[in-house]
Structure formats: C-alpha cells, structure tokens
Design a protein around this ligand. Structure first.
Ligand code: AHM
Ligand code: MG
Length: 339
C-alpha cells in the first residue's frame, strides 16, 4: 500500500507465507472475521440512530439478560463465517450449543469461538465494548464436529484476537508470533498496522478490579489490593492508580499499551453458589491469555496458568488475573502462601 502503510490483509498474508504448507484457508478465515468486526463496529457506532440499543428481553445460556446488540452481533459473526468452507463449527458465549455449518456449505478444518460483544452492558452508556475470538484446529471428525472437539486447552489456540470499538476501532491479533495492533481507517474501510509488536511493561502501578465485591474476596486478593491501596505508605515503593471499565477488551487493551493488572478473581460468594469465576474460559480467558502471554505478560487463575486448563464445558467460567508479569507473579505467590 502507498506510504508504506500495511493493511491487515497484507500483514496476515506475509505472516502466513513464512509457514510451510499454509494453504491460505487461515488467511481467508481471518479476513471473514475482520469483515464481521467491521460490520459490528458500524452497528455499535450508529447506536440509537439505527435502533440497536437496549434490552432484547431474552436471557442467554448463562442466565444473563441479552442486549439487542448481543443477538444482532452474534448473528453477524455466524453469517460472516459460516459460508467459506474453512470452519468445522462455531461456538459463542451467546449460544447454548455449538453452531453447525449449514448443510449447503462445505466444512473445513478450523473451529471458531467468540464473544460477539463483550462488555455489552456498556453499549447503552456509550462506553467501549469489543469482540473476542479464538481459532482452534478441529482435531476430530471435521465433517461431524461435536462439543468435545472444542474442549482444548488454550495452548492449542492457532490465533486469538479482539476488536475494540472505542474512540477508534482497533483489531489486536496473535498467531503465536507476538501481538500486533491495527486501527480501522474509516475512510478506506481497512485496518492499518499501527501498533507492531505490542509488549506489556513488566512492572506497573495500575490495577483493575471490581471493588464492589471487596467483602467477598479471598485473602490473597485482599492482601494484594490492600497493598496497592496503601501504596508508598505501605510495603510497596509506589502509589497505585485504579481503573474499572467493566469491558474486558478495553481493560486488556489498556494493559497492552501501558501495563497494569486486571483481576476478576474467584470470591467467597461465587464459591458459596457453586461458581468457578465470572469470565468464560473459551470466549474470554483463553484468547486474552494467549494475547497477554504473547505480549510478554502473564495470565493465571491465581492457582494455575489459564492456558493449560483442560476445559470441561463450553461455557466454563474461570478466575482471571492477567497483565504485567511482576504483578501477576506477586498475586500468584500470595495464593501459594495462603493455600
Ligand atoms: P459479558 O460477556 O456479559 O459482557 O461479561 C463480561 C464482562 C467483562 O468484559 C468485564 O470485565 C466484566 O464482565 C465486568 O463485570 P462486572 O459488571 O461484574 O464488573
Ligand atoms: Mg463476554
């Protein structure tokens, strides 16, 4: 492209050229995902002008109220990706069962999982939201995929990424070879490489947690946050800043740009109700962990590396503690000392 600008398509094609035996299927699949995200960006951007805000009046499989946009964007993702012949099946945070490829289309060798609109409680108040996705290889019978084919640990991901619909729309991707960020140029409808080789600073003075749940936190989390709050008046050398956007994509993006730690831990209230965390392993925790680790950060439940968890269900929830390495290590260490 002119002026040395690199489009996401060029970037992906050049990256795939380095891989022996690449057929182009993956490149084409990623292109369809990019198209879906551009469409979602357009919908989110127009908001109430096109009547897409507000509640749908339905609940998803997790028993959460669905927004109109949750349903619309889920459909956009399915329609954009079902026809190409590269996918064996899809799974979404918004659907109870896996989505089979309609019979009129061929089936391929990849599996796609996604959260079409993460942080959707923010849409009505015009705060950043995002799409998260993960690509796995179908290792079983790709013509007749089943839920079990999706239950692979995060280390098996071929690619993970997110689109952030903020003041500008961005796409951040990893295929296991570092993390790169692209910004949508609305004038030409293309994502342009603007953030090559994103790397998370090892240390930080910024943490993100929903502090309204403080009374339910486990002791290691409470200890860590107490220390951050005490800052230079306590055991740590520096004062800490706090953020909570309630939109994981926006939090992870901030951490990729300037460091930080994000915690959505297991707490006593969840445990009492038989819960295992808030965020979903397949649609949120694994893809974000892949991105964070590829950017030099760390991601853990507090007790184990998220990406090595063997999933036991499509909609499994896990505690998530991710971001700058030194901080995540500290929280993990507090869990070890306590358990
Ligand atoms: P969602 O997929 O239903 O939007 O839920 C996930 C979101 C994350 O983006 C965010 O970090 C978290 O839920 C916020 O939760 P809370 O409202 O409990 O602070
Ligand atoms: Mg979500």
């Amino acid at each position: 492209m002119r002026d040395g600008r690199i489009t996401i398509t060029q970037f992906i094609i050049e990256e795939q050229r380095r891989i022996k035996d690449a057929t182009g299927d993956f490149t084409s699949l990623l292109n369809d995902i990019v198209t879906a995200c551009k469409e979602i960006s357009n919908l989110v951007n127009h908001g109430d002008l096109i009547g897409v805000l507000g509640q749908a009046g339905t609940e998803n499989v997790q028993g959460e109220d669905q927004k109109k946009l949750d349903i619309i964007t889920n459909d956009v993702f399915l329609r954009s990706n079902e026809w190409s012949g590269h996918l064996a099946a899809m799974a979404s945070e918004e659907m109870e069962e896996i989505s089979h490829i309609p019979s009129q289309y061929p089936r391929g060798k990849y599996l796609l999982t996604f959260d079409p609109l993460d942080g959707s409680s923010n849409t009505d108040v015009n705060v950043s939201v995002g799409t998260i996705f993960s690509i796995l290889r179908c290792q079983g019978d790709c013509q007749n995929p089943a839920t079990g084919d999706f239950l692979q640990p995060g280390t098996e991901q071929v690619c993970a990424g997110y689109a952030l619909y903020g003041p500008s729309t961005m796409m951040v991707l990893t295929t296991g070879n570092g993390v790169n960020g692209f910004t949508l140029d609305q004038n030409i409808g293309e994502f342009i490489l603007t953030h090559p080789n994103l790397t998370i600073p090892e240390s930080t003075q910024e943490f993100a947690i929903n502090a309204s749940k403080m009374r339910f936190w486990e002791p290691p989390v409470k200890r860590y946050v107490d220390e951050c709050l005490s800052g230079s008046a306590g055991d740590r050398d520096e004062d800490f800043n706090m953020r909570w956007i309630a939109s994981m994509v926006a939090e992870v993006h901030r951490i990729l740009i300037r460091g930080g730690i994000f915690l959505y831990p297991l707490d006593e209230k969840m445990k009492a109700n038989g819960g295992t965390g808030k965020l979903r392993l397949m649609y949120e925790a694994n893809p974000m962990s892949f991105i964070v680790e590829q950017a030099g950060g760390m991601s853990s439940t507090g007790r184990e590396r998220i990406m090595t968890i063997q999933p036991d269900g499509l909609h499994q929830r896990v505690p998530v503690i991710l971001g700058s390495k030194q901080e995540v290590e500290r929280v993990v260490d507090y869990h070890k000392q306590h358990d």
